[in-house]
Design a protein around this ligand. Structure first.
Ligand code: SF4
Length: 361
């Protein structure tokens, strides 16, 4: 796919991914890891997806795995997840179907015909796995930009109605060096309203969900961070979290330049280097800030004082008012039929992705 908001677009398909052996070696060199996010590109294009994931579960004690996906390759996704779930120690496998709007918008934004339809087919297939394995949870994730706020508003109602086994719709904000430089972040007030609507709509499914209580804290922190243009919660990237890119580059987060590459140095040489220490000092001084959920989550959850502060700020004890029927932006049956038809229209500026076997994640 060629999504306009991708911040990793310059590096995609560069054919220098770490080999399976290199990834297994990385796992063997590391200690305990609680939470593993496997992102892309499209993570399920990797043939050894399940094998690599299972190694991290067995070797590093990973208990929760999060994987954002475009949901295009249903059979691959199903096969990989069924395989990964064979690890009895794994507590949670979360698939996040990445959706930018309703079918027509989504397919155009990703320049991929039938992208939305395929994602829904994958959802249906995942539900069948979930029927016999509740450790699999199905989420949607939408990246908010200045172009899709109404789309997400309609999408969230659609997903809530159509996908009864989906228990979360995650809202992220565009960040980084996006492929389409004319694409901007949403207006903050509009974003806040959209999040509140999503929160109210999905409240019944958030009850008791793992991470359900953290979500309003995460959104509150994000909004305060943008408003104040500084780290509202001291960031612990480089201490509690790390990024390893497909090519072996190691970084504290996706916004700072890599500190080294696993093909030239061991993970611990990079992690304990002077460069890494200097960068941690810069982060402690709050010389940088961003809204990346991946790093906000551990920074909130594993710093008890911050956790208390954010709980108060986000007023987590307040139960959101249920969304009134008149407040839901619903799509009529006729409109939806029209949208779905348009999504398969060859006139769309679309391209069918290459065979997954030939692509690199
Ligand atoms: S605040 Fe953002 S840019 Fe700065 S270290 Fe944390 S994740 Fe990276």
């Amino acid at each position: 796919m060629k999504c306009a908001h991708c911040f990793y677009w310059r590096s995609l398909n560069s054919k220098d991914d770490l080999t399976k052996e290199e990834l297994l070696e990385l796992s063997r060199s590391l200690g305990k890891i609680e939470n593993l996010s496997i992102s892309g590109g499209e993570p399920f294009l990797r043939n050894e997806f399940a094998e690599i994931t299972r190694q991290f579960v067995r070797q590093n004690g990973v208990r929760q795995v999060y994987v954002p996906t475009n949901g295009y390759f249903t059979e691959r996704i199903v096969a990989a997840i069924e395989n990964a779930l064979e690890e009895p120690e794994l507590d949670l496998f979360v698939v996040e179907l990445s959706l930018d709007g309703m079918p027509h918008f989504h397919d155009q934004f990703r320049a991929t015909k039938n992208a939305f339809k395929k994602a829904m087919e994958t959802y249906d297939a995942l539900v069948e796995i979930q029927e016999h394995d509740q450790r699999l949870r199905i989420h949607a994730i939408s990246t908010a930009t200045d172009r899709n706020m109404d789309e997400i508003q309609r999408l969230t109602t659609y997903l809530y109605d159509r996908c009864s086994k989906m228990d979360h719709h995650n809202l992220a904000i565009i960040r980084g060096d996006r492929k389409d430089p004319t694409l901007h972040g949403p207006h903050l007030k509009q974003y806040e309203e959209l999040y509140q609507n999503i929160r109210r709509l999905w409240a019944p499914r958030e009850e008791g969900r793992y991470g359900g209580i953290v979500e309003p804290m995460l959104q509150w922190t994000k909004i305060q961070t943008i408003r104040n243009e500084t780290q509202v919660v001291p960031c612990r990237a480089g201490v509690l979290a790390v990024v390893v890119y497909a090519n072996g580059d190691v970084s504290v987060c996706e916004n700072h330049k890599p500190l080294g590459n696993l093909r030239h140095k061991s993970f611990w040489e990079i992690w304990d280097s002077d460069k890494a220490r200097e960068l941690r000092e810069l982060i402690v001084r709050k010389d940088c800030w961003c809204t990346s959920e991946t790093f906000m989550w551990p920074s909130i959850v594993y710093q008890p004082v911050q956790l208390g502060r954010v709980m108060l700020g986000a007023k987590v004890w307040q139960t959101p008012l249920p969304l009134d029927e008149s407040e839901k932006l619903r799509v009529s049956e006729e409109e939806l039929a029209q949208l779905e038809q348009e999504s398969g229209d060859p006139g769309i500026n679309a391209q069918v992705p290459l065979d997954g076997e030939k692509q690199k994640s």
